[in-house]
Design a protein. Structure first.
Length: 68
């Protein structure tokens, strides 16, 4: 089993629009591609605000088999 610094697998290819992935401690929706190796995401923060952000592709993690 390959080891990584975080112990989790990373997304290697750009996920399709609408895909749910994990970014830090949140589950986010992929909106599309940004410049370079960045992806636009939409997330809901603890204060209830929706934010759209460009993040690096290697910062995204796939969801496990169970969402909740």
């Amino acid at each position: 089993m390959p080891s990584s610094s975080t112990g989790r697998s990373r997304i290697k290819r750009k996920p399709p629009r609408g895909t749910l992935v994990r970014y830090e401690d949140r589950i986010v929706e992929v909106l599309g591609e940004a410049r370079g190796r960045r992806i636009m995401i939409r997330s809901i923060h603890a204060d209830g605000t929706e934010r759209r952000t460009a993040v690096k592709l290697n910062s995204l993690r796939p969801l496990g088999a169970q969402l909740f």
